[in-house]
Design a protein around this ligand. Structure first.
Ligand code: SF4
Length: 122
């Protein structure tokens, strides 16, 4: 019997130091590799969760809602170079917040758009 043999005489297996270190390294590597998958669960945040929505028009009058619809306001601009953030009528409210507009009432998404878009002056 050599000194690396990990079998006991009764057939049961004894875990040697090398085997224990090797197995620990495999488990540790797998845990590190899987960590990014579970990080959003642990931190309680994800990209989807933080997506800004500026669609609550419950406080608007019927006329203001109609104007919003008539001007085809949307939270996501169909034109990549024209959005509320670079529109002359947009009033920002800060990072990750809905802004406002001097023409369209209600919450306005910085990446939104309507048919009255006009390039920001100055
Ligand atoms: S006018 Fe239209 S495009 Fe410009 S900020 Fe207001 S809603 Fe956005």
């Amino acid at each position: 019997m050599n000194k690396n043999d990990t079998r006991k005489v009764d057939g049961s297996r004894k875990v040697g130091r090398r085997a224990l270190l090797r197995d620990s390294a495999v488990v540790g590597t797998a845990a590190i590799g899987a960590a990014p998958l579970f990080l959003p669960l642990l931190t309680g945040c994800s990209k989807e969760e933080k997506e800004l929505q500026c669609t609550d028009v419950s406080s608007l009058s019927g006329a203001d809602r109609d104007l919003r619809q008539t001007l085809k306001y949307v939270d996501k601009s169909p034109e990549s170079d024209k959005n509320c953030e670079n529109c002359n009528f947009f009033k920002p409210a800060g990072k990750d917040k809905c802004g406002s507009c001097t023409l369209v009432k209600g919450p306005i998404h910085p990446m939104g758009h309507c048919t009255s878009w006009a390039a920001k002056q100055g």
